[in-house]
Design a protein around this ligand. Structure first.
Ligand code: GTP
Ligand code: MG
Length: 668
């Protein structure tokens, strides 16, 4: 029975999100195919060097692993889990994610699908919070997770297994403090800990591997526990939420906008650096306002009024707020009750979600293949152009020999030989340049490398340890400021190094083009701005953290601050890793066209010399040789035309998607 649910057809035809997602996946796979065709053709034509091959490979890998992240964020009990059930899992005919009054979801829960793994629920024990290792790191160590297999043929057992996510236990106060889960300044917590124990979640993070059609296509759903709780993983704020392509913030009509809702909104969502794109506000539980004694118009007016109030409180336009009833929508979908589904207003939210999410995501995804394929094609085209132009020179040279005597031919031979020698002298300079280049590259990598950064992190850790009992945030704040200054400085210095390499290569390109007629190439630009930006963002989060904890730190706040630092540090390491990889690619892109051109030029000189020698010795007739060269030129011209056609094909794959999205929107 379940097998049916997993099938595409099981998704209601009017499900906007599903159909838009399908269009997006098709777009992505068409694009991948056209890039693969280019790569195959280049290989057939013997035009694909190792670097081009790698670039195309990493491009298609990226397109295949492309994920789309949606996060559901709110205070507890606003209906996050119920809304996920209604939007994504209604076709199961029951409530898949546990949803109930009070705190239900006790740890961040990711739903995704990796076909390489069997369907399962994986849980990371809360005890792992005793050390400062971020959850992200634990993803690499599978044996730290407790795995529950899922029997897809049995929804009841799945439901039962998922209840594990909400498990809690009572732990001694000391233990809870150790995990950063107890705050002695919170009167509620102190009150409930009268017995010397407190209730803590059993798990720190949950991952659900589940073959849902949307998850199969790369959707990742993040359900979060009520976010304003002590012990919220800093990782949510620092990496999971900023990486989400869309965030749904959920309020409940029965509670209205409470003080803690506003805190969650401010701390986790509104401050998002990348504009307000993909942020949707949901006003859930509007069914509480349905009243048989009132007319539909009266009810609508009341809902509109609450939407308006909410919009004012959050400072967002009213049209960005979607009143729904998640619970009634789930019931309606399960019982195929169209009237109720309409009344639940879930359709409008689903449509907005797909319109916000997919085109925005498509824009991001589109950027890379566009630039990359254009670069690759340009490099190959310039290679072909060099071949053609030197062929042209050869043709002109040989044509000029028509009707000339042996002496003239001999003179010509000497001239080509002289050219060859001159170029070989130039090559000595090229080799010298290469060795300077590799020295400069080493300098660049020592600035961006892990070693220096790791040392810095160790140093900061030790300094934090020293200040931890001074109970003031001032010392820690100063330490963190230093950390960000140092890391920013390393990036700035690497930018200077990059500029030096760039200037040197430009000069070399210019010289080779003037002296030996090689094609003019401008080394591609390299900007370090995005790394600075990411560091600034991390630093800002840290400042906000200090602002919320205040001047005096309790021991548990110090502990949290330390954990916070570990997450920030691991993000900074990530920034440096990315910078390293980018720099490596850039260096290749700077050096390899030069290498290719030099190699080509050398080959052409050899061929030129060879053909004149043959004519000189009368082994070939001049006319035969000219015809041969003309034939080669025709083939080159055909290659250029074919290459351009392949690029056009990729462009059209890139753009077709856009039209189909626009069409989808109109149809919806
Ligand atoms: N009347 C009504 N109740 C709802 C609606 N959506 C959710 N609920 C109820 O609200 C309660 C909380 O829902 P959950 O889905 O568990 O809320 P949550 O935001 O996931 O809460 P936590 O997991 O505790 O953070 C449950 O009892 C739901 O049945 C709705 O649209 N209308
Ligand atoms: Mg929940």
């Amino acid at each position: 029975m379940i097998a049916n649910y997993l099938h595409q057809d099981a998704i209601a035809a009017n499900d906007h999100l599903a159909s838009e997602f399908q269009a997006y996946s098709t777009w992505r796979s068409n694009l991948t195919q056209s890039i693969t065709r280019l790569s195959r053709w280049l290989a057939e034509q013997d035009l694909e060097d190792a670097q081009t091959g790698l670039r195309i490979q990493s491009l298609t890998d990226k397109l295949r692993d492309d994920k789309l992240n949606i996060a559901f964020v709110a205070e507890f009990s606003r209906g996050k889990s119920e809304l996920i059930n209604a939007i994504f899992f209604a076709h199961f005919g029951q409530r898949i994610l546990p949803s109930s009054a009070g705190r239900t979801t006790m740890c961040p829960t990711e739903l995704l699908y990796d076909p390489a793994q069997p369907p399962s629920l994986k849980l990371l024990p809360i005890e792992t919070r005793a050390n400062d290792t971020p959850t992200q790191e634990y993803r690499r160590y599978q044996d730290e997770w407790k795995v529950f297999p899922l029997d897809l043929a049995d929804p009841d057992s799945i439901q039962e297994t998922f209840r594990e996510i909400g498990k809690t236990r009572r732990a001694p106060i000391e233990e809870a403090k150790h995990y950063g889960l107890f705050d002695e300044n919170d009167p509620d917590q102190v009150h409930s800990a009268a017995s010397g124990t407190v209730e803590i979640p059993c798990w720190r993070h949950a991952m659900i591997n589940f073959p849902h059609p949307l998850l199969e296509q790369g959707l990742v759903i993040l359900d979060t526990p009520g976010l304003n709780a002590i012990g919220t993983e800093p990782e949510l704020t620092l990496s999971l939420l900023p990486n989400a392509h869309a965030i749904l913030f959920i309020l409940a009509a029965d509670t209205g906008v409470t003080k803690s809702d506003i805190e969650v909104w401010r701390n986790h969502i509104a401050r998002g650096q990348s504009g307000k794109r993909g942020r949707l506000v949901v006003l859930n539980k509007i069914d509480g306002m349905w009243d048989d004694l009132k007319s539909a118009t009266e009810i609508d007016a009341e809902i509109s009024k609450q939407v308006k109030t909410t919009a004012d409180l959050l400072d967002v336009p009213a049209r960005h707020i979607f009143p729904v009833s998640a619970q009634k929508a789930l019931v309606a979908k399960v019982h195929s009750d169209d009237a109720l589904l309409e009344k639940s207003r879930l359709g409008a939210l689903e449509q907005a979600l797909s319109e916000e999410l997919l085109p925005g995501k498509q824009d991001i995804v589109r950027g890379t293949p566009h630039g990359e394929t254009e670069d690759i094609v340009l490099a190959i085209r310039s290679l072909l152009a060099t071949r053609r132009s030197s062929l042209g020179e050869q043709l002109a040279e040989l044509s000029a020999l028509r009707g000339k005597n042996q002496d003239v031919i001999a003179q010509m031979m000497q001239k080509v030989q002289a050219d060859k020698q001159h170029f070989e002298q130039g090559l000595v300079r090229f080799q010298a340049l290469r060795s300077v280049f590799s020295q400069q590259t080493n300098k660049l990598f020592s600035l961006l490398g892990r070693d220096a950064l790791n040392e810095e992190i160790l140093r900061i850790r030790a300094e934090m340890e020293k200040t931890i009992f001074s109970f003031g945030s001032g010392g820690l704040r100063a330490i963190m400021e230093r950390f960000f200054q140092d890391t920013n400085a390393a990036i700035s210095q690497s930018a200077e190094q990059v500029a030096e390499i760039q200037a040197m290569m430009s000069a070399m390109y210019q010289k080779f083009s003037q002296e030996h007629g090689l094609g003019r190439i401008t080394p591609p630009p390299f900007s370090t701005l995005k790394y600075h930006k990411e560091l600034t963002r991390l630093e800002k989060t840290f400042h906000e953290h200090f602002n919320t904890v205040g001047k005096l730190l309790t021991t548990s706040q110090s502990r949290i601050t330390r954990k916070f630092f570990e997450i920030v540090a691991s993000r900074v390491v990530h920034v440096f890793d990315v910078a390293n990889r980018d720099a490596e690619h850039w260096l290749k892109a700077v050096m390899s066209p030069m290498e290719t051109q030099v190699r080509e030029h050398q080959m052409q000189l050899r061929r030129r010399l060879e053909s004149i020698k043959r004519i000189h010795k009368a082994t070939d007739t001049l006319e035969d040789r000219l015809r041969e060269l003309e034939e080669i030129d025709r083939k080159l011209a055909a290659q250029v035309a074919e290459l351009d056609a392949k690029l056009r094909e990729i462009y059209s794959a890139l753009n077709t998607g856009f039209e189909s999205f626009a069409g989808g929107k109109k149809a919806a």
